[in-house]
Design a protein around this ligand. Structure first.
Ligand code: GLP
Length: 238
C-alpha cells in the first residue's frame, strides 16, 4: 500500500483525477470501478475539466441503494449522471450500476459479477471510505472474501449519508447492493481518496490497524497495487 499525503483537498483531488486521466490515456478502453459520495464529486469535476475521452471506457459502480426508483434523484445512477456520465462522452450502455429494481437481488448480484468478468475485470478501482471503515457499502463484519450482494446499512452510515436525503437518516434506504470486498480486491489497481479530519481516525485504522472485517478498508493492505491519497487533515492520525 502506497500512502500519498497532499497539503490540502484540492491537491489530493487533483492527484487522483490526474491518475485516472493518465490511465484512460494509456488504455482508452479502461475498465474502471467508480465510487460515489461527496468526496468523489470534486474528483469528477476535476476529471471532466482534464477532459480525457470516455468513448471506449467501461465503468462499473461499486454500489446502489435498494428501494429507490432508478430515476430517483438520490439514486447513485442519478448521482453518476449528474456528476460524470452526462458531462463526458461515455456510452451509457457501458456505464453500469447494479440494476436493483428487479425482484431477485441474488440474480442481479450474480449477473453484475459475471458482467465484470466478461469485461475482463476491473483495471482501476476508485474508492472513498465511509466513517465505519466501509468500502463500497461493505459495512463492519462483511467477509473479506465477499462478492457482490445486498447489505443492510448501519445506522451510522445512514446518519452520515442523511445530508443527501434532506437530513433525515430514516429516509436513507436501509439496504444497498454492493460489490464485495473480494470483488474490490480483484481489481488490478486500487486508488482510495479520503479527505478531511472527520476521516482521520478511520483512515489510521484502515492503513495501520489490523486487517479485520470490522474495518473492511483494512483489507486493502493485502492488495499488491493500492494507492491511498489523503489530504493532511485525513492523515493527521497516522
Ligand atoms: C457512501 C458510498 C461509499 C463512499 C462513502 C463515503 O457510503 N457507498 O462508496 O466511500 O459514501 O462518502 P463521502 O465521500 O461522502 O464521505
Amino acid at each position: 500500500m502506497e500512502v500519498v499525503v497532499r497539503p490540502d483537498v484540492d491537491a489530493a483531488v487533483d492527484l487522483v483525477a490526474r491518475l485516472i486521466a493518465a490511465r484512460i490515456e494509456a488504455k482508452p478502453d479502461l475498465v474502471i470501478g467508480l465510487a460515489t459520495g461527496r468526496t468523489m464529486e470534486r474528483v469528477y469535476d476535476r476529471l471532466v475539466a482534464l477532459g480525457p475521452s470516455f468513448r471506449r471506457v467501461c465503468s462499473f459502480n461499486l454500489d446502489e441503494y435498494v428501494g429507490l426508483a432508478p430515476d430517483d434523484p438520490q439514486s447513485y445512477r442519478s448521482y453518476m449522471r449528474q456528476h460524470l456520465f452526462d458531462r463526458v462522452d461515455i456510452d451509457l450502455a457501458n456505464a453500469r450500476l447494479p440494476e436493483v429494481d428487479g425482484p431477485d437481488l441474488k440474480e442481479v448480484a450474480r449477473r453484475y459479477e459475471a458482467d465484470i468478468a466478461a469485461a475482463g475485470g476491473v483495471d482501476l478501482q476508485l474508492l472513498g471510505i465511509g466513517e465505519t471503515g466501509h468500502i463500497g457499502f461493505n459495512e463492519p463484519l462483511s467477509a473479506l472474501m465477499s462478492r457482490t450482494r445486498d447489505k443492510t446499512l448501519t445506522q451510522d452510515t445512514r446518519r452520515q449519508n442523511a445530508a443527501m436525503f434532506g437530513g433525515d437518516p430514516d429516509r436513507v434506504p436501509s439496504r444497498a447492493l454492493t460489490m464485495g470486498v473480494g470483488t474490490i480486491l480483484d481489481a488490478r489497481e486500487v486508488l482510495l481518496l479520503a479527505t478531511g479530519e472527520h476521516k482521520a481516525h478511520i483512515v489510521a485504522k484502515a492503513i495501520e490497524g489490523p486487517i479485520t472485517s470490522m474495518v473492511t478498508a483494512s483489507a486493502l493492505q493485502l492488495h499488491p497495487n493500492c494507492k491511498v491519497v489523503l489530504d493532511e487533515a485525513a492523515a493527521e492520525a497516522l
